[in-house]
Write a protein that binds this ligand. Structure first.
Ligand code: PLP
Length: 325
């Protein structure tokens, strides 16, 4: 594979030719309650309804389809107990290539079963992420499997960017987009697509206020180590990599502002999504709503909240929607 070094709009356009065959075009709906609350037109992109429950399938399909024949034959490997693991497992199964997801032995059985059910092999190694990472590296070096990063890979970013093309078609009048932010693959792809089509559009990255690695790194001017903390938005936790190749610079270039939300605000977002928008979202899927509900940003003009995932433990969800926050 020719390693791509720079994200181009064309990569996203090409990604859509492949990705759109395998994903659903998720709807954009108007939110009456949020619009009235902030006095501007608010719409929601319902990517929580995507196959596998999150947008990660987009990047996974594009990354796999850009592999050479030899790379496809050797298969792909990743490290993820969550949505990236699901997305990659689903995409690899679809394209009939081997996929190994490495995890620590402490990962709960339901997560392991979920990934196996999507057709991937699961390798349980050691008792922490680092040991699983060593095994993933070994598989890529010794067995020629391609390691697929959940965010720091141009094909993955371009795949997530297909969401931006959809958003522009569905809602060309948009002025602000609130996009969940962790490693930055999602926001960089979406921002590149949207800003190529409408350079005036503002992109706001939303993270949890505990251990927001990209936010802290941008403030520091370079990728830094940020202690990982537990959060309701579990899909947003984790670092950006001290050797970050793409998303740190792309975020600097493409993201206009950042907003942080508290655990209480995330819980409120999940509660709001259920009772007022009829949507089941996981913590990460609720942060954009949370930032609007709490008036974290002053804005003028139509804005969009991206609901990016719905994979939440359903008992936990039940308890969150049953309590007032
Ligand atoms: C992966 C993920 C994110 C964060 O995406 P990045 O590309 O790492 O910024 C947000 N929400 C959900 C549901 C995810 O699965």
């Amino acid at each position: 594979m020719e390693q791509k070094n720079k994200l181009l709009f064309e990569h996203i356009v090409n990604a859509e030719k492949i990705v759109s065959k395998h994903v659903i075009t998720t709807p954009i709906v108007y939110s009456k309650v949020l619009s009235e609350a902030i006095g501007e037109q608010v719409s929601l992109k319902l990517e929580n309804q995507q196959i596998t429950g999150s947008f990660k399938i987009r990047g996974a399909i594009n990354a796999i389809s850009n592999l050479t024949q030899a790379q496809k034959k050797a298969g792909v490997v990743a490290l993820s107990t969550g949505n990236h693991g699901r997305g990659l497992a689903y995409a690899a199964n679809l394209m009939k290539i081997r996929c190994i997801i490495c995890m620590s032995e402490l990962v709960p059985k339901n997560k392991i079963d979920g990934i196996q059910a999507l057709g991937a092999e699961v390798k349980l190694i050691g008792t922490n992420q680092d040991e699983a990472q060593i095994e993933a590296d070994r598989l890529s070096i010794q067995e020629g499997m391609t390691y697929i990063s959940p965010f720091d890979n141009i094909d993955v970013i371009a795949g997530q960017g297909t969401l931006g093309l959809e958003i522009y078609r569905q809602s060309p009048e948009l002025k602000f987009a609130f996009v969940p932010l962790s490693g930055g693959g999602l926001i960089c792809g979406v921002a590149k697509a949207l800003k190529s089509l409408n350079p005036k559009l503002k992109i706001i990255g939303v993270s949890m206020d505990r251990g927001a690695a990209m936010y802290e790194s941008q403030k520091a001017g370079k990728p830094i180590f940020v202690k990982e903390e537990e959060s309701l938005a579990d899909a947003l936790t984790g670092g950006i990599g001290l050797d970050n190749k793409h998303t740190f610079e792309l975020t600097k270039e493409l993201v206009d502002d950042f907003v942080l939300v508290s655990e209480k605000e995330i819980a409120e977002g999940i509660h709001h999504a259920y009772w007022h928008e009829s949507q089941i979202v996981e913590g990460a899927g609720a942060v954009a709503i949370a930032s609007l509900l709490n008036n974290k940003f002053s804005l003028k003009g139509p804005c969009l909240a991206l609901l990016c995932g719905r994979n939440i433990n359903i008992e936990k969800h039940f308890s969150l929607i049953s309590t007032k926050h």
